[in-house]
Design a protein. Sequence first.
Length: 168
Amino acid sequence: MKTIYLAGGCFWGVEHYLSFINGIKETTVGYANSDIASPSYEDLKAHRSLASETVEVLYDEDVISLKEILDLFFEIIDPTLLDQQGHDIGHQYRTGIYYTDTEDMPVIRNALAELSGKYERPVLTELLPLDNFTKAEEYHQDYLYKNPTGYCHVDPKMFERAKNYKKN
C-alpha cells in the first residue's frame, strides 16, 4: 500500500470521486502543510492557516499506479487556476500534490510536465513534500455520501467515470 496527498479545491468532491476508483483503498479528508498545529476548518475559513484542503489517498499499487491516479485527478481540476476550483475561492482551495516517498517524484514530475503540454496557461498545481496532515472534522469525512445533494465543483458525470474506470 502507498499513500499520496491530493489537493483539488473543496475536498468533498475530490474525496468522493477518488473513493470510487478501483485500487484506492481509503480516502481521508484533511488539511495539509499547515503553518499552525492541528488546524481546523474554521482556521482555514478565517485565514489563520495556510493549509490546503487535501485528500489522503491510500492505494494498492498492484491494482492502480500513481500515474493513473494523477491522470484521473487531473480530469477533475483546472490546474491553471490559482487558489480556486469551481465557486470555491481562497488559498485553502489551491491544487497540489504532496508526497511522502521521494521515489514518487519522477512519476509526479512527468505527469505534471505532460499536463502542462495540454494548456496554454501555466500549470499552477504545487508539488511539495508533505510536512503535516491533520484529519478534518468528522462531518467532512465522506461528506457527499452523507449529503448527496451537497455542493461539489466536480461534475457528477465524473463519479460515474470513476466507478467505471478500467486500467488501459
